[in-house]
Write a protein of this length. Structure first.
Length: 127
């Protein structure tokens, strides 16, 4: 999945997607999802492989090829240096699942699940 090359292109894609998806899903949820995609695009702009991996992991889950916890662990590792992504992703997680982040050096991230807390990952905040 390639990053849209310009903000103008992104705005066109966003408007088209919003119109199509709003016919099926609540408009507020569609807007939140599209805002999140824009955040992913910006936060991972300098890391195209991470951007691709992010959406490939979600697609594998959607296709039923991996379990939710496995995807969430992948995203936690992938986005540990961009805690805002994990905080915003919480909006879309099922009840009982969340990311908890602490800001500082090193960066601490935990995945909370109904089965318990996944041991935290500590990474430097440099990107």
């Amino acid at each position: 999945m390639a990053l849209p090359t310009s903000d103008n292109n992104w705005e066109y894609v966003r408007a088209s997607a919003a119109a199509a998806l709003s016919e099926v899903y609540p408009r507020k949820r569609v807007e939140k999802a599209l805002d999140f995609v824009q955040l992913v695009r910006r936060q991972l702009a300098g890391r195209p492989a991470a951007y691709d991996h992010f959406f490939k992991a979600l697609k594998l889950y959607e296709e039923g090829r991996v379990e939710l916890v496995d995807v969430l662990l992948q995203l936690m590792i992938l986005c540990a240096s961009t805690p805002k992504l994990l905080q915003e992703l919480n909006y879309f997680l099922p009840q009982g699942y969340s990311y908890q982040t602490s800001f500082g050096m090193p960066q601490n991230v935990e995945l909370i699940t109904p089965m318990g807390t996944v041991p935290h990952t500590s990474v430097a905040t440099a990107q």
